[in-house]
Ligand binder design. Structure first.
Ligand SMILES: C[S@@+](CC[C@H](N)C(=O)[O-])C[C@H]1O[C@@H](n2cnc3c(N)ncnc32)[C@H](O)[C@@H]1O
Length: 192
């Protein structure tokens, strides 16, 4: 047997949660790998909302969708995921965040603790029961450890009555390997 690698595991969680006709969210579109993956899962009756603050990432994601003739299944927004509530009003089956910077691009444009947590709060309200939010936490870059610690503090404080929180991580790899945090909604959270 072979233990699932972190990115493989992240995708297998989404595959279990997102089905044809569902709404899904790629909170950090980047080069669009996850947007394409989600677009394949939701089918022609579903929809993916993808967010990124960089034009380069939005263009790259749109190109990837066009290359696969799946552009009609997604809307790619040049806006921060913290504004998700402005665009998404229907129940979400699954969402993914790949934190950090866009590989091969400006390493100073990174996801930040406050905006990531604001997006998580909105998504937890939008998520359907049984839906999942997957975070791939990269923490080797400058600012990465602060974001990692803030997220761990936030998700650890979520009451288990409403959300199950999991961490999937290889413990003996070198150089700050990424790990997964997954949130499964089990009950509607009280609105603030
Ligand atoms: C690690 S990359 C994502 C990689 C991507 N999943 C892929 O498949 O290529 C992180 C991305 O988050 C974006 N980002 C940073 N802050 C953001 C925010 N507030 N909202 C949405 N995206 C943000 C960056 O521009 C960057 O493209």
């Amino acid at each position: 047997m072979k233990l699932q690698r972190v990115l493989q595991y992240a995708q297998s969680l989404l595959k279990d949660a997102v089905h044809e006709g569902d709404i899904a969210v790629d909170a950090t579109a980047g080069n669009g790998h996850d947007t394409l993956f989600l677009a394949q899962l939701v089918g022609d009756d579903g929809y993916v909302y993808a967010f990124d603050v960089q034009k380069e990432a939005v263009d790259s994601t749109l190109h990837r969708l066009l290359d696969n003739a799946l552009e009609h299944r997604a809307i790619v927004l040049k806006d921060g995921h913290e504004n998700i509530g402005k665009y998404v009003t229907k129940q979400v089956a699954g969402a993914i965040f790949n934190l950090g910077y866009l590989p091969g691009s400006n390493h100073e444009i990174i996801t930040k603790p406050n905006t990531t947590i604001a997006a998580l709060e909105s998504l937890l309200q939008l998520l359907k029961i049984g839906g999942v939010i997957v975070l791939v936490i990269y923490h080797g870059h400058e600012g990465g450890k602060e974001e990692r610690d803030a997220i761990i503090r936030y998700v650890s404080s979520l009451p288990q009555k409403y959300v199950h929180v999991l961490r999937y991580e290889f413990l003996n790899q070198h150089n700050d390997p990424p790990f997964v945090i997954a949130l499964e909604k089990v009950k509607d959270l009280p609105t603030k």
